[in-house]
Design a protein around this ligand. Sequence first.
Ligand code: 28G
Length: 639
Amino acid sequence: MKNENGHYNDSDIQVLEGLEAVRKRPGMYIGNTNEAGLHHLVWEIVDNAVDEALAGYCDDIEVEIGKGNIITVKDDGRGMPTGMNAKTGKSTIETIFTVLHAGGKFGGGGYKVSGGLHGVGASVVNALSDWLEVRVYREGKVYYQRFENGGKPVENLKVIDECSEERTGTTVTFHADATLFETTVYNWDILYKRLQEMAFLNKGIRITLIDEREDERKVSFHYNGGIIEYVTMLNKNKTPLFDDVVYVEGRENDILIEVALQYNDTYNSNIYSFTNNIHTTEGGTHEEGVKQALTRVINNYGKNAKILKENDDSLTGEDVREGLVMIVSCKHPNPQFEGQTKTKLGNSEVKKIASDVFANGFERFLMENPEAARMIIDKCMTASRARIAAKKARELTRRKTALDGFNTIGKLADCTSKDPSISEIFLVEGDSAGGSAKDARIPKTQAILPLRGKVLNVEKARLDKALANEEIRTIITAFGTGIGDEFDLSKLRYDKIIIMTDADVDGDHIRILLLTLFYRFFRPIVEAGHVYAAQPPLYSVTYGKTIKYVQSDEELAAYRATLPANAKPLVQRFKGLGEMDAIDLRETTMHIENRVLKRITVEDTMEADKIFADLMGEEVQPRRDFIEANGRFAEYIDA
Ligand code: 28G
């Protein structure tokens, strides 16, 4: 704050420089300034409220998206301390909101979300907001402070009102600085998903999300069963092997491990692990410990109960995870995050703790529930037999590759280059578009694989059946990486895998089937950013001698607006790839100079996978819901 002469003092200047650094390089603090970065601001503030809940003082958190995308977060905790901070000479509240990393330095122990991945603190949110207000309810008073223009206090902390002695808590309201973010519009679904996840992971806390913008909405998440209810939700549209959700909890040296699991009748496994409420997408020692224990305990139990023969091969990790839905949640006072995206738990001591805690609890479950135990082991044994059959089928693919060389892989028209870094493969819907694409391609670097008909839905098929499918075998052989435990990303024969389908129902279907296949069999290829969707244009607009291709109705309107008022351009709508000749296709969709590719993310493939889990499962209701919500997909849901 400026003094009476209108100047800042030394410690103010340090603070301002700190916050200015955040404004200069927001990406360093919140990762990005896109939609994800914008939501990061909310996570920072919510994390602090959740920390207060984990400390045991708060059980109600509210997040409101106000008109104009103003965010308000309220908690009913103790309220931030209202006294002075000796070190900074400012109030503790002003310190928290203006000094970088002030949150962490207070220490105080516990499992702080804010000590984890995000953890940059409230001051970063303040720095990136055009205004922010904090209200603290404590000891019958309402304290208030406002900041503007990236965290500059307007006045000192002051009491603005009285409240009942029982009313305690903190309320933070802010508006993201539109000059720093690509968008300042919050996305209901993103907030919904993460806040629900937070409520699952921290049983007993109520988290309410309110949207006060155009379509007003409100939802409350409150799960006394915590991750048990999470697993139930994940299996909602599937058929569980048995009704119970297995739940195991234990603590050693202040490290808390919680596991909830249930088997369903699918062939996939979905394991989600978290540390201090952060999704550890790369796994880590907590997940490894639990997985190891799962395999060991099932084999031991099976042999003791004489279900598995003493001299049979043991069930593998893959066998015991078929159809498994599992949440592993670890709370750790000092987590070490590693890996490419810093989402892998590295603490080595956690592995044994997680393994011991889970083995004890799970063994006990099997002993007390022999019928469920029997069903689990039967399912694992079936998986084991299928795995052995798949191995034989895979050996066949491999031999074929070795004998034929690459030029005769199914219908693949391969590129002549053997340098993966310049090679691309187009997966093209239909033989006729495949034909045009072959004429349009650059043979040296562009390979074309036409896909006849529909791709097999791998959600409903085990590996052995998938490998019996001609199209899938061709794709696997063409990619060169192998699949499953033989997968090797370094053997990938193309830098870009480009899905080229029509912008219609069939095209959507084939694209979703391919994404499901990638999610199940080739996830590392997606993670490494090798998968793209081609974006064929919707219209060609001929005006005088210029031909312009546009991707959408909006783009068409925008282009029309640039033409003279009396212009009558010729607008042609492409119904599908098949309508384009080789030249159109080359010019608009395949040629590196003009084309627009959309990179496919793991989230895209996850979404596709979920659509299939919902649609193709045995349950009828989700399918109905989906048809109602997405009329245009309706035609193919029974395929
Ligand atoms: C509404 C939006 C976000 C918060 C509290 C409560 C305390 C606190 C917050 O203390 C310094 C760090 C740990 C002690 C702590 C209140 C102790 C006693 C608190 C929030 C010193 C910060 N009374 N509630 N910070 N602590 N809610 N919600 O930010 O060691 S932040």
